[in-house]
Write a protein that binds this ligand. Structure first.
Ligand SMILES: O=C(O)c1ccccc1N[C@@H]1O[C@H](COP(=O)(O)O)[C@@H](O)[C@H]1O
Length: 223
């Protein structure tokens, strides 16, 4: 991909407080994630997410994150929260993921041997993109652990978001090494699960933008 003028998209995930959502939007984040996965310490009720959605700035995606939630649970979130993007971390198949009529990201667990890219494409033809996270299939995401970025297949046929253990300290390297479409972070910008740290959020965005200027000589000249 020609990365001149390219800007790595940033998603911050696992919000529980409207003030954190407002600050993330002011920092220029592209997506705000709300977690509905049962095992997560960041899990919120649809009613809470609905209230927090009001804090989103225009043109910022509200992302609803699930991990093997039931059809009715996802439907209820879609109805109440009106997310613009869904993110599935579990064993959901393409038919399930696309049945809500919204674009979705399917998580690829990088904690084990991954499917060949052409097979991923065949399994999830309806996915808007993939999200590469460090856990193994069946384990929870949001682990705060990185994986070996050199294992990312070169020929993924859709845009991908890089996740797993990203922090302000490694965001620059992550973007320059992996050149993802987007980065997604939860624990690396927190004081504790669900409680975001304003300074970490700001430094994370700064580091991604610094990397965007660095990855292409022409872009660097413009930055
Ligand atoms: O954030 C969670 O609690 C969570 C729970 C279940 C599945 C995914 C979860 N979060 C996602 O996990 C990755 C990486 O998170 P981290 O930065 O390593 O903490 C990211 O996509 C989160 O959206």
């Amino acid at each position: 991909m020609n990365r001149t003028l390219f800007r790595t998209r940033i998603k911050f995930c696992g919000f529980t407080r409207p003030g954190d959502v407002r600050l993330a939007c002011e920092l220029g984040v592209d997506g705000i994630g709300f977690v509905f996965a049962h095992k997560s310490p960041r899990r919120i009720a649809p009613e809470e997410a609905r209230a927090m959605r009001q804090a989103l700035a225009p043109l910022v995606d509200a992302v609803a994150l699930f991990q093997d939630n039931s059809l009715d649970e996802v439907r209820d979130v879609v109805r109440q929260v009106r997310p613009s993007l869904l993110q599935f971390h579990g064993t959901e198949d393409d038919a399930f993921c696309r049945s809500f009529g919204l674009p979705y990201l399917k998580v690829v667990p990088m904690g084990e041997e991954i499917m060949a890219p052409h097979y991923l494409q065949l399994r999830f033809p309806g996915a808007a993109g993939f999200l590469l996270d460090s856990h193994r299939a069946g384990e929870s995401g949001g682990s705060g652990k990185t994986f070996d970025w050199s294992r990312i297949p070169k020929d993924l046929q859709k845009p991908y978001a890089l996740a797993g253990g990203l922090t302000p300290e490694n965001a620059f390297e992550a973007v320059t090494v992996a050149t993802p479409w987007a980065v997604d972070v939860s624990s690396g910008i927190e004081v504790e699960p669900g409680i975001k740290d304003g300074d970490k959020m700001r430094r994370f965005v700064e580091e991604v933008r610094r990397a965007d200027c660095h990855t292409d000589a022409a872009t660097a000249a413009a930055c």
